[in-house]
Design a protein around this ligand. Sequence first.
Ligand SMILES: [Zn+2]
Length: 579
Amino acid sequence: MAGLIPESFIEELLGRTEIVELIERHVPLKRAGREFQACCPFHDEKTPSFTVSPQKQFYHCFGCGAHGSAIGFLMNYEGLEFVDAVEELARMAGLTVPREAGSAQRPDDSLYEILDRANQFYQEQLRGHPEAADYLKQRGLSGEIALEFEIGFAPAGWDNLLKHLGEGKETEALLRRAGMLSEGKSGSYDKFRQRVMFPIHDRRGRVIAFGGRAMKDDGPKYLNSPETELFHKGRELYGLYRARKGQARLDRIIVVEGYMDVVALAQFGFDNCVATLGTATTGDHAELVFRAADEVVYCFDGDKAGRKAAWRALESTLPRLREGRQARFLFLPDGEDPDSMVRSKGAEEFTKMLETAQPLSEFFFRHFTAMVDMDSIDGRARLVELARPPLQTMPEGVFRDMMMEQLEALAKHRLEDDRDPAPVRKSRPRLDKAAQLQQRTPLRLALAHLVQNPSLVEWVSESSKLKDCDLQGMEIYHELIDFCSKHPNMTTAQLLEIWRDHPAQPHLQTLATWSLEGEKKQQAQEFRDAMTSLELQWTDTLIGRLQKTVDQDSTEKKLQLDLLLRRQELKQALAGEEK
Ligand SMILES: [Zn+2]
């Protein structure tokens, strides 16, 4: 279920990884009873509510609700995708990730290697070409920052890179796969020529592509690597690796349009900037950004194209605006970009501009109220028609409710003296509400025990398997019991990772965070009680169903009697009559 990586490997990997050790490398942990505690790396707090359980191999924060296995921790902390997190953990454990037969080949290391060598080459060339270094100086970049961003130079000519990396079919094929060549009538030639080169790193810091800025006015001003096995524009952000280096959470992340902006802002101390790579902001981008910070400021040109780009960003952001996340929009005056802005205004002024940027709600409602005649009923009805569908893409929660209310208010009343709609204020993240609201029904309690301690499956008797029970949620109960009987020695983390793609997994994750008191013996008792209560619930349902049958024949009467007897037994069991 874990994609193309065999389940058995995920199990082995988590079996060899000690989550306490892994997390300790990033967050100092203190022992507290059976668990370890720390101030949460995923939200601001003064008293620790982040706990790590060696038994479950699982972490959970009671403050913000963050939770998961060692794999989940790396995904969350370093912003890695699932496969990358698995590879990273495997590297630490000295294991190689096997691939299931028939799965798409992972790009081999030689591809990363050749891009790395290209990167070295371009940087050497920058040192050898004063005109390129001068150009950067002219743009106001220091040598230090150029070095930090590994900025290089692709000299004029058709085959500099090809020649330097060694001609030959193999190298050429690799360079082609890496998107570094163009094809002409008489063969391949260097794609990037006479350009300042910006290497693009993936979230693990490996070079996967380049962006090149023209120094002369021929050809496109910016040229990016094409999509390759390694590089997918819609999923990468320039500068993200550097911005996140060594930090789990940033307070804020700034999304700008070009890599020059990222570099220039970094020179002024803004280390939290990223740029999309010649594409509109996608949903993947928005997700990446929110994994790194709770607040994002989209910084766009104030012209028509900039506003259009901002609207696309807003549409990609709405479905990801969970509790505690917020987005703002900063539109720059005509003819300005972040680079020129920070130079003319200075860092302090630019920070102020970021802090007072338009909240998403304001941008959203202004966009629509400008499109309709707010003075007429028809216009206001149109407003509702236009604004509701995008609002419906938002996750349920306080913020969405407030946006809906604002829309209703706008539809009902004409805006007084044409004032802008008041921005909707975001509330602070609520405490793990979902978990708190989960009522401890017998079924959920039984599932929680099993997820937290799969070996409890030994207490499941034939009758408590409730094979024919069709109550809501029972499929998962049956499936989980079946799974645990096959893997009684799994940890919570292993189980959840193997169930990662199962539709019920998020529910099980929540149940894994429930605190279940007592030692193992007491927990076993509680688990059995939960199963007994569940069976009782089912027995009552069956009795109820039988009572509804008008013409009861003798078989049904007999069955009813049996059930009533069983009910009696179950009640007694719960009252503590066994042993
Ligand atoms: Zn937290």
